[in-house]
Write a protein that binds this ligand. Structure first.
Ligand code: F6P
Length: 745
């Protein structure tokens, strides 16, 4: 409607100009055409008179009335000749043909002179009069009067007028049509150009053919965007580090304090009933480790599954509890699931289907229709909770992980203006592997409801884009990593997740390295000089714990001098134990532990200690500080935060990290000893190298590793995503403003 108004405003003056031109032109053309007709009749009458006058004179002189009449009748046979008359020298009408108008009287010349034109307007219509004097000296015989009908000229004039007006109307319509089409095309080109520009594309390309009127606005936009880009760069490459304060500033400045909601399956605090009352636990979860400090910094609401036995008793009437318990900073809103829902959605579809599908760790994914139904229903339930919790219509929503692949699209349908950032914490496989999933298209469509889709590495982004390309009809802009599905744009980008780098005050309160070494050995009944490698994982088949055990065995085979001097302590927090694959894995590892200890151990010596228990984060932290080596041998891992936690804990710049080449972290931490966990020999050699590494080399490596993790901390992870979100929101606001502006003009 507004577009019509806009075009009408443009076209109306055009029509006015055309109408004015027509108004001035039509009478002019009319006049010219009459003048040409009169000129024609003048010369015609002169010719006729010249031809006939001698015969007329003869007839008058000989009083031959019959001949005169015959002559006159011959003349009026012409359809345009109305009548012929003869005025005598005394001014009397002597002869006249039948059609000669009564209104014409002799002498004729007086009437024509009075009119100053050879035309005369009579009641029956206009006529043209030509007068030819008749004389044969010395006789003056009067005048011959020829009267022509002018109505044909009037008729011709009317036709010309009609055609001219029709011509102007068609001309106006054609010009208007061309104008509208051109305006449409240039407006569309202009909007595309602005979009391209806002997205960070090549501004020159975006305005290759700008119309002259749009050029100044394009210049202004470019300047504005350049300023914004400079600001962004300055923030992304800061002279100082990303901190909670800096993240808070970003939220207030760039996101204008907009509402932030987080959705995840795992909750950051679990209330458990014990004989001593309700206690609060922190789950073993990389996701929680990363997102929790961000939520502390920005407040907001975290929506998650309430899975603890004491969770219901700990919330208010809105299912909300303020956390962290010791210093509440944000709201945790719990969603309750039935046993069947948890089995179908979490254990079934998420952990028996998507988890092995994405990790490719030689465990077959299982896809059941009933699990899929629960997965859909639970995603819908969380979408309802998000919509009900949102106080605004454009919140920033951080959707976490593979439990909620359908959630972005479900939220998008209800909150179209929301900025949805989905982070996929696990790897993304190649298209062939992902194609195994029977509901691959639904999953991809669901994820593409996001404004931003984050993975840990570029490799996972590439796999995802190739998967979308294989299974969905979308537009993919590889240059910008943007996928468009049904008009919804999704930026696919890597954001390597990280940890909260400790504050100096926090470090100052840490127990010393010596105390931690002592405590660790005492805890496991080990002598003070025992060399210790530590492994900390969820008890999961993707973590490569069996391969680690094999490497310990091979190490002791190759270096028997280490028997009695080295122990690997493996902390494995039980996880998803309801699932067969996890139980088999736990049993298998327990058997390997027994075999290795039997082969190389003795009454006072266990080379491989498996602690199948959840340990709180403070205890794990002290273990890291007390160990000589940390081993991460995941068969496939999105990032792996244990490696980064170990580095952060070693402010003594000692200790060696062995890291799987299949963990996302390997790309960021090349100073670790990088291994292929499937290669037992290589991993055993890395263990040996780590245990015998000189202190100076340990320091060199650890220093660089620490600088990397300190700089690439979790606030940077969140900050980069939120900066991109702010950029998208700014772009959408400018687009909306431009549209309103264009429509209102
Ligand atoms: O690694 C994927 C992941 O979701 C992590 O984000 C998290 O650390 C872990 O799995 C937790 O698993 P769960 O919630 O099933 O115990």
């Amino acid at each position: 409607m507004n577009a019509f108004r806009l075009q009408f405003r443009f076209i109306a003056p055009l029509f006015l100009v055309i109408a004015l031109t027509a108004y001035l032109t039509v009478p002019l053309v009319d006049q010219f055409s009459l003048r040409w007709t009169v000129r024609d009749l003048n010369s015609r009458a002169e010719l006729v008179a010249n031809t006939i006058s001698e015969n007329v004179i003869d007839s008058i002189i000989s009083f031959d009335h019959v001949r005169l009449e015959a002559l006159f009748n011959r003349l009026i046979a012409n359809e345009r000749m109305l009548g012929v008359g003869l005025c005598d020298h005394e001014g009397n009408l002597r002869e006249r043909t039948s059609g000669f108008p009564d209104d014409i009287t002799c002498p004729i010349a007086d009437q024509v002179v009075a009119q100053s034109s050879p035309t005369l307007k009579l009641p029956r219509g206009s006529v043209h009069i030509a007068v030819e004097p008749l004389s044969r000296p010395p006789l003056n015989l009067g005048e011959l009067v020829l009267v022509h009908d002018l109505s044909f000229a009037e008729k011709r004039g009317e036709d010309t007028r009609r055609y001219l007006i029709l011509f102007f109307v068609i001309l106006g319509a054609v010009i208007a049509l061309i104008t509208v089409i051109t305006a449409h095309l240039s407006l569309r080109g202009w909007v595309t150009g602005v979009r391209e520009l806002l997205r960070g594309g090549n501004p020159l390309k975006a305005f290759e053919n700008p119309t002259s009127e749009l050029q100044p606005l394009a210049h202004e936009l470019r300047a504005l965007l350049r300023e914004m880009e400079d600001e962004r760069r300055a923030r992304e490459n800061p002279p100082d580090l990303w901190t909670p304060d800096k993240l808070r500033d970003l939220l207030h400045a760039d996101l204008r304090g907009d509402e932030v909601l987080v959705v995840s399956n795992r909750e950051p605090y679990i209330h458990e009933k014990t004989p001593d009352g309700i206690v609060v636990k922190r789950p073993a979860s990389g996701l929680v480790t990363a997102v929790e400090p961000v939520m502390r910094a920005c407040s907001g609401t975290w929506i998650a599954h309430g899975s603890g036995s004491g969770d219901k008793e700990s919330v208010d009437e809105h299912d909300i509890v303020r956390v962290p318990p010791e210093r509440p900073a944000y709201s945790l809103k719990r969603v309750w699931l039935t046993r069947e829902e948890e089995e179908g959605y979490y254990f079934g579809f998420a952990n028996e289907g998507l988890w092995p599908l994405c990790h490719i760790a030689h465990v077959r994914p299982v896809f059941r229709v009933s699990d899929w139904e629960y997965y859909k229903a639970v995603n819908q339930r969380f979408a309802d909770k998000v919509v009900a919790s949102a106080r605004t219509d454009d919140p920033v929503i951080l959707v976490q992980d593979y439990h909620f692949a359908l959630l972005p699209q479900l939220i998008r349908e209800r909150l179209p203006r929301a900025t949805i950032i989905t982070f996929w914490h696990i790897p993304w496989p190649n298209p062939e592997s992902f194609g195994i999933c029977p509901w691959r298209k639904e999953i991809l469509r669901g994820m593409l409801g996001s404004s931003i889709l984050g993975f840990h590495t570029r490799y996972h982004c590439k796999n995802f884009i190739e998967t979308v390309d294989r299974f969905l009809e979308t537009r993919i802009e590889h240059e910008h990593s943007v996928i468009t599905l049904d008009g919804q744009e999704t930026l696919v980008k890597s954001y390597p997740i990280s940890i909260n780098w400790p504050e100096p005050a926090e470090e100052a309160a840490w127990p010393s390295i010596a105390a931690c070494r002592k405590e660790l050995r005492a805890r496991f009944d080990l002598p003070e000089d025992r060399m210790i490698a530590i492994g900390v994982d969820r008890f999961d088949y993707t973590k490569g714990i069996l391969e680690r055990a094999n490497a310990v065995e091979r190490l002791l085979e190759k270096h028997p001098e280490l028997i009695g001097k080295f122990t690997l302590i493996q902390v494995a927090a039980p996880s998803r134990s309801e699932l067969d694959e996890y139980r088999y894995f736990q049993e298998r590892l327990a058997r390997r532990e027994a075999e290795i200890n039997e082969r190389f151990g003795g009454p006072d010596y266990w080379p491989f200690i498996l602690l199948a228990q959840h340990q709180d984060s403070e205890t794990v932290h002290r273990y890291y500080r007390g160990a000589d080596v940390c081993v991460v041998t995941s068969l496939h891992d999105g990032m792996n935060l244990v490696s980064k936690e170990f580095i952060a804990s070693r402010n003594d710049e000692q200790g060696v990290l062995i890291l799987s080449q299949f963990a996302g972290a390997a790309g960021e931490l090349p100073e670790a000893l990088i291994v292929n966990p499937y290669h037992v020999e290589e991993t055993a050699d890395a263990l040996y190298r780590a245990l015998t590494m000189p202190e100076a080399e340990q320091r060199d490596r650890m220093r660089t590793l620490r600088a990397t993790v300190r700089e690439r901390n979790v606030y940077r992870w969140a900050g980069f995503m939120l900066l991109d979100a702010a950029r998208i929101r700014r772009r959408e606001r400018i687009e909306a403003r431009l549209l309103t502006h264009t429509e209102n003009r």
